[in-house]
Design a binder for this molecule. Structure first.
Ligand SMILES: [Zn+2]
Ligand SMILES: [Zn+2]
Length: 337
């Protein structure tokens, strides 16, 4: 048997978004057991406004194991309810509060990143939405102390459905400019590119040349060092469809060549990769970690069982759900189809 590859080039880290239903330490041990070198988690219920009053008691043990296993950087995926780009003031205020509380909680989790969707303008238009997100992130940053272990805000690109902002690199650049214009410290803000969102949003990443062109544009617009996280997912939905549907690596529409370039381009050597692929608590966490390493090493992928292709994203089990971009509940305006 050939030895399975178990690392990415240049020492870059690979994590998975793992459920914390059995606790953060259990999630970390699972990440380690499947060959991941970091992980992404929810710090609290991702679909409730109410935040827990006390951090989980096991967090000191979690941080100790993180250090002992040399795992990290940890990413916290912020609540799905947050929308800093929408017009509803009450909703926006709650979004500011929740994102600020996620950032304050992050050091206890040893987390370097708090990853948040840029959000939806909810029919007010792109310019208005970009102004709102800029004000919102600046407000959040102003409300959270900059300690030595403060986490960075990692703004995630959108697939473009439902008025989602941050589809193109031009929009991402405009969002960063808007944060700075409203007095936010953009040194505390990085980008997270979700590969399934890039694909569904109509940004070509299907082969080496396309990925290189994307990295060129990213570098020209915001500096490639601004990209700190990649959500490494294949896409179940077609190119340009604006539908956010994650798929197992190498089993979707993006395919192996583009994913391989994203995992191995020297210019992305400082990026950390996090899987948000289906079936995380049904054994497919290990499957996709192994597939990522195989893709990076240029090795062939094993075929997946038929049931793998119809598996849902698994929101109810604690993983990131498949969702149209932008929060839907509690905002007064429905998202466009
Ligand atoms: Zn994502
Ligand atoms: Zn997604």
């Amino acid at each position: 048997m050939p030895k399975m590859p178990s690392s990415l080039p240049d020492g870059r880290r690979l994590g998975a978004h793992l459920p914390v239903a059995s606790g953060t330490v259990a999630a970390l041990e699972r990440a380690h057991a499947i060959g991941a070198t970091t992980l992404q988690i929810f710090a609290d219920n991702p679909t409730a406004w109410r935040r827990r009053s006390e951090p989980p008691a096991e967090l000191p043990a979690f941080r100790e194991r993180l250090a002992a296993l040399d795992m990290g950087p940890v990413a916290i995926h912020a609540s799905y309810l947050i929308n800093l780009a929408g017009p509803d003031d009450a909703f926006w205020d709650r979004s500011v509060d929740v994102l600020a509380s996620e950032l304050r909680a992050a050091p206890a989790f040893g987390a370097r990143f708090v990853n948040v969707h840029i959000g939806s303008h909810r029919l007010t238009g792109l310019a208005e939405g970009i102004d709102r997100i800029g004000t919102g992130v600046a407000r959040v940053l102003g409300a959270v102390d900059v300690g030595p272990d403060a986490a960075l805000v990692a703004l995630e690109n959108s697939a473009g459905g439902g008025g989602g902002i941050g589809v193109s690199l031009e929009e991402l650049e405009a969002v960063l400019e808007s944060i700075a214009r409203h007095g936010g410290d953009v040194n505390r803000v990085v980008l997270c590119l979700d590969t399934a969102h890039l694909w569904a949003g109509g940004l070509a990443i299907g082969d080496e040349q396309a990925v290189d062109a994307l990295v060129d544009e990213l570098d020209a617009r915001v500096g490639v060092e601004r990209l700190a996280m990649i959500h490494l997912n294949d896409s179940k939905s077609p190119f340009g469809s604006r539908l956010d549907r994650h798929q197992h690596l190498g089993a979707g529409e993006i395919g192996v060549a583009g994913l391989r370039r994203l995992l191995t381009s020297r210019r992305l050597a400082r990026v950390t990769y996090y899987l948000e692929t289906p079936g995380m608590d049904e054994g497919y966490d290990a499957v996709n970690v192994a597939r990522a390493y195989a893709i990076a090493a240029g090795e062939p992928l094993e075929s997946l069982p038929p049931e793998a292709k119809t598996m849902r994203g698994g929101r109810s089990r604690g993983g990131p759900r498949e969702q149209p971009e932008g929060p839907r509940s509690q905002d007064s305006r429905p998202a466009p189809a």
